[in-house]
Design a protein around this ligand. Sequence first.
Ligand code: SF4
Length: 703
Amino acid sequence: VPNTPDNTFASTCCYCGVGCGVVVKKEKNGSVSVAGDAEYPVNKGQLCSKGINLQYTVNDRHDRLLYPQMRYNKSMPRQRVSWEQALQRTAAVFKTFIEKYGPDSVAFYASGQCLTEEYYVINKLIKGFIGSNNIDTNSRLCMSSAVVGYKMSLGEDSVPICYDDIELADCFFVTGANPAWCHPILWRRIEAHKAANPEVKIIVADPRRTDSCALADLHLQLLPGTDVFLNHAIGRVLIENGDIDLDFIQHHAEGFEQYRQVVFERTTAESAAICGVPEADIRLAAQYIGNAKGFLSLWTMGLNQSSIGVNKNLSLINLNLITGQIGKPGAGPFSLTGQPNAMGGREVGGLSNLLPAHRSLDNAAHRREVEQFWGGTTISDKPGLTATEMFDALHDGRLKAIWIICTNPLTSLPDVRRAEEALQKAKFVVVQDISNTPQTLAFADVILPAAAWAEKEGTMTNSERRISYLSKVVDAPGEALPDAEIICRFAQTMGYRGFDYASAEAIYLEHVRLTTGTNLDISGLTYAILKEQRSIQWPYNQNLKQQGPPRLFTDKVFSTPSGRARIHPVSVETRSAAPNDEFPFILTTGRIRDQWHTMSKTGKVNKLRKHISQAFLEVHPEDAARLELTDDDLVVVRSCNGEVRVKAKLSSGIRPGVVFLPMHWGKQLGSDLNRANNVTSGLVDPVSKEPDFKYATVQVEKY
Ligand code: SF4
């Protein structure tokens, strides 16, 4: 049902975690148009290049999967089949593996782009009924280091700030992030705030001089991997200058003395040399932070996607804790969520080590609560396989079947040629997607066509804990179905009770009941409230019937056993290999402005392809001179995992010795040589299991 008489529907952009509100208009010819929602508090009508072109991805259906397909064995071609045939065969294969090899022989690999309702039923199916915790999502590649960082320091996985803190802050430390390209609408707000208040200070730490640096008062062009040294050095100077909050440290935090000892283990000059930045710049950064009334630290993949991602997160959060810059207006650590609903996924427990509503898998009481609520099997206390572990387990035969939903791992996983071998070895592969372009389809035994954005209803949560309702505007093409409906039909085919939901809202209402009494209690929330109020920041419990405070921890009581925030004296040690004679360059990877993930949607839009139309290797001119490279020369990038061949793009904005590849391109026309993840490292953080996408040692030469 349209939200207004002129056939417009409220929704939320399905790309980044900023979560901009959009209005989708259904035109008389059945196509849709999209505009920014002027009433929406996040973006007030603005959209970035990706959001403003969303309608093309809905209207252009030439690449859509239209009906289920299946093959009975790997030597046979896939054929069109009915939904019943596809789900019965999949259920039969899953039952066979579960009976023969146990529930951990099957797995679901899903996406931070799934709606909350979809996450919920996938999680319920495998953890509550199949009896395995083998569900992970591409959020593992994105925010899992931040999740661990928040839990270890604040005691819970909660982003403590709200976006309105942007206009209340007077110092921003943007580190390991390029929000000018990757979170553009939030960046517009920071730009406007700075324009109105030139005294506001912006520090950007990044090995590349990105567009975000154009606004910065200070760019710390550190060497990749040295973030903990940098953050500790800033912490040391803050302590030396007396720019710390002793009252907060004494009454609301713990661990400061050990932290002080660790950050004083080396001089600021020594840290500056290790990071490759001037000592004076570290002191200036500390001065900006120390003088701030409101200090926001913003970060994303540069810190998270690391083999020491958790330590990088903790070392940054420490700066907010020692300065008491949390739980007050304009202050706090603020992880910029990569995907539109990574937060919603965390809320329903949609990772291999989580349970719904921020419950812990390793807590027996939490497991019992969820078991009783679901009324299914016993929930295993054994953590499931994480994203990269699933592909390792397919490789060595422990995992027999994988069901891939709304993600394209053969472009996005690290050391991706190994992942390709893993799918080749898999006994049974189900791919549930909207598009016929993901490389996973070549390995699929069953292909299930899914409904896309604007073809189904549901909810998402953005980076500031804001839950919004997304309307269904048009019917899905062919026989494509909403992801949640596919999972529920499968669960019923397996013979499980509790999946006969009458609607997406019925799933949502079950999810909100399960949050009762937790830190994200949204037990008072319904679709009707979300439609009427347009969005709600959690919590929203049934007694108050109103949303909680816009920012968390205003009482300075944290969710740790002591109620104090934990300052962690984290080690500076890296786990990534240093460059050497064979692999002398450090490779870092990332997004470009107008593409999203593996380009299955944004790659279809001509306007978006024009910005940067092909993969490239960014190289500093000094390195290019030694390699006798000029712009557009074809170069070969090699690591111990594989190679990439792309054109060189010379830029003085990258550090000498460091090269950059965009992450978006996969296998095209049979060649995988544009694919950055051919050469990325297979290392992961030991706790968060997030891959080291921002650091691989490589060699570069002219082709
Ligand atoms: Fe969409 Fe993010 Fe752009 Fe907003 S900033 S329009 S949510 S991609």
